[in-house]
Design a protein around this ligand. Structure first.
Ligand SMILES: Cc1cc2nc3c(=O)[nH]c(=O)nc-3n(C[C@H](O)[C@H](O)[C@H](O)COP(=O)(O)O)c2cc1C
Length: 299
């Protein structure tokens, strides 16, 4: 049995954490993901003004998916009941939270802490809102400081790889975050072959194996820049080997999300088993093409 992983004050049986998304929007799924072996589960992002009538869609690509979802459609009160039940059972659940202003997010964090929920993730970096997201260190600082001022619960600030990541990560650390989660989805587009229009109607969040090398590079550079706060890696985990790659570049745990849109529970069970396997963590999921092995370029 592997040593426990410590994340946000929680002692996890393993470093495989389920990332926030549609699959973690239901208590039943959260419980079953934990029963299947997840170290912890992050809820779908809870927002005081849940979206209504949104056209939420997913587009699968060979290298991942683009999704146009934003926040949970369930009310804060509804979530408070679920979180209370999960906390009563001492389950390792991390509540993902966002709001329209730092003050509103602080209020939500205090409300959620009162349910007994022991850890939070500030899901402040979703780019699927109407005008996308231009994130800045000042914005990250404001949200982080507002939450830190009202709660003792450990929390991670979720950021997306991209412009100014180092300044944003250091801003979260300075403002009192206990960890950062990197990365949220990245802006992406696909063109409809017949109409020439952008599919899903615009630029939305890209996830899955295509983003993993970008996130690994970002984490590696962040560590080289002297960033010492715990990092939860997120992006393209499909196997135990991928989890270990994240640990190798300095993450304390790895989140998995998009991979679970295919055969959710068996896929999770495989990733957890591969992560625990001492000799060959990626066994069974090695790409058949030999991808990952550097090729010599012939002149
Ligand atoms: C359909 C879908 C919904 C998502 N919803 C959320 C969300 O509500 N809050 C959040 O912080 N991240 C959300 N994410 C981002 C994931 O938690 C994760 O950070 C990202 O997809 C990268 O990891 P992956 O490649 O393993 O999916 C969502 C991703 C997808 C694909």
């Amino acid at each position: 049995m592997a040593a426990a992983t410590h994340v946000l004050g929680l002692s996890l049986a393993n470093p495989v954490v389920i990332g926030s998304g549609l699959l973690t929007d239901q208590e039943r799924n959260i419980r079953r993901l934990l029963e299947t072996g997840a170290g912890a589960v992050v809820t779908k992002t809870i927002h005081p003004s849940p979206p209504t009538g949104l056209d939420e869609r997913i587009l699968r690509l060979p290298t991942g998916m683009i999704n146009s979802t934003t926040y949970s459609k369930r009310s804060v009160d509804h979530w408070a009941g679920i979180l209370r039940d999960l906390a009563r059972d001492r389950l390792p659940v991390i509540a993902s939270l966002h709001a329209d202003s730092p003050a509103e997010l602080a209020e939500l964090a205090a409300q959620v802490e009162a349910t007994g929920c022991r850890a939070l993730e500030l899901g402040i970096s979703c780019l699927n809102e109407e005008d996308g997201l231009e994130d800045t260190p000042e914005r990250v600082q404001a949200y982080t400081a507002a939450v830190r001022a009202v709660t003792r619960a450990p929390f991670s600030v979720k950021l997306a790889v991209g412009e100014g990541l180092h300044a944003r990560a250091f801003a979260a650390a300075r403002a009192g975050a206990d960890a950062v989660t990197i990365s949220d989805t990245l802006p992406a587009a696909a063109v409809h072959p017949e109409t020439g229009d952008l599919r899903l109607g615009g630029v939305f969040g890209y996830s899955g194996p295509g983003i993993k090398p970008l996130v690994l590079a970002a984490l590696w550079k962040l560590r080289r820049a002297g960033f010492t706060l715990p990092v939860l890696g997120s992006g393209g985990v499909q196997s135990g080997r991928d989890v270990h790659d994240y640990l190798q570049v300095g993450a304390v745990a790895a989140q998995v999300y998009t991979a679970l849109h295919t055969d959710m529970y068996p896929t999770l069970a495989r990733i957890v088993a591969e992560t625990a396997g001492p000799e060959n963590p990626g066994r069974g999921s090695e790409p058949v093409t030999g991808a990952g092995r550097p090729e010599r370029v012939r002149p």
